[in-house]
Design a protein around this ligand. Structure first.
Ligand code: NAD
Length: 320
């Protein structure tokens, strides 16, 4: 099978590519390397197993030719930083909504019908019941990032209904693990390297969300795609429990072997547009026969250990 993975040089994308290569499939990656890194794929590039093409998906003419000969698309490319929308208000429109339209239209032009899409729990907006089932609605996101994910879901539904596409829409919880380049654990490690005696925590530390290990996320996506062929499969990906930001701070401090104090900036959320409490109902995922390898706190500890090694290792490299 010939796959095309947009954003395949990114954090989640590179793990999805690992799994596809392990299955023996052919993989083409489109990525502009804005937050992705060539080295996340270097083990496959050196072996000639992955065809990496540097393309900006906001440019339709540049995007179109790369969909020739593709069987299935996994569309992961997007701006990953929800907070950026508070300062640069067209980022999610361009790299989320317009890029998704360009992908769908390039697929239509080349007769490619199958798409998996990385959506997010933030589409549910604020005040959703916890755990939140896929049937919850109406969904009114409160960030520009969330708005672009909702728009992407809507465009995909339109291409299914109008042009006979088949889609798997995944609403991710917080996905964490090795090769992470953003998010709370990544931020805490960098802050603690700069000031080992003190950790600044955005909000009151009581924000509580679910954390899923990236390997589980990649496996779950491929498992669901293998086990359902409805016109649209809409499914939450996460864990059944949560971990608070305060607890994440404690774990990161412990993993780094420090005894830092935690200072809270206050307020119930980290930034405007943040959803302080999120937990997804994952019955649909479990009913497909998928099993998670770990829950939130274990995922946080594993990630803190891996990222601390990666970040410390890269700092040693740059100091030579
Ligand atoms: P990431 O930044 O590592 O991956 C995004 C990739 O897209 C990067 O490789 C980047 O270079 C690429 N990209 C961005 N704009 C592009 C463009 N215009 N053209 C081509 N490539 C472009 O982030 P990630 O955490 O791996 O996220 C992958 C997907 O999952 C994103 O769609 C993100 O919104 C979604 N998601 C992630 C999480 C999470 O917790 N990490 C949660 C919910 C949803």
């Amino acid at each position: 099978m010939q796959w095309l993975v947009t954003g395949g040089a990114g954090f989640i994308g590179s793990h999805v590519v690992d799994r596809l290569v392990e299955r023996g499939d052919d993989v083409r990656v489109l990525d502009d390397l804005s937050s992705g890194r060539r080295e996340f794929l270097s083990h496959h590039l050196d072996a000639g197993r992955v065809d990496l093409r540097i393309v900006d998906l906001t440019d339709y003419e540049a995007t179109l030719p790369h969909f020739e000969g593709i069987d299935r698309v996994i569309h992961l490319a997007a701006n990953p930083d929800i907070r950026l929308g508070t300062r640069v208000t067209d980022t999610d429109l361009r790299h989320g909504t317009i890029a998704t339209y360009n992908v769908l239209e390039a697929m239509r032009q080349h007769g490619v019908n199958d798409i998996a899409f990385a959506s997010s729990s933030v589409v549910y907006g604020e005040g959703a019941p916890l755990p939140t089932p896929e049937t919850h609605g109406p969904c009114v996101p409160i960030s520009l990032y969330g708005a672009s994910k909702s728009a992407g879901e809507g465009l995909i539904g339109a291409y299914v209904g109008t042009f006979g596409f088949r889609a798997w829409i995944f609403r991710f919880a917080n996905i964490i693990g090795g090769r992470g380049t953003h998010g709370v654990i990544f931020d805490f490690i960098h802050k603690l390297i700069a000031t080992p005696e003190r950790l600044e925590v955005l909000g009151d530390g009581r924000q509580e969300k679910s954390y899923m290990l990236v390997e589980d996320c990649a496996d779950a996506m491929l498992h669901v795609m293998d086990h359902s062929d409805e016109p649209v499969t809409l499914i939450n990906l996460g864990t059944e429990d949560t971990c608070s930001v305060r607890r994440i701070g404690e774990i990161v401090i412990e993993v780094m072997g420090l005894s830092a104090r935690m200072d809270y900036t206050g307020g119930d959320r980290g930034w405007a547009g943040d959803i302080p409490k999120a937990r997804l109902a994952i019955d649909r995922l479990l009913n497909t026969g998928f099993s998670l390898t770990c829950h939130s706190e274990e995922a946080v500890r594993t990630t803190a250990t891996l990222l601390f090694e990666e970040i410390a290792g890269s700092r040693v490299g740059t100091q030579d």
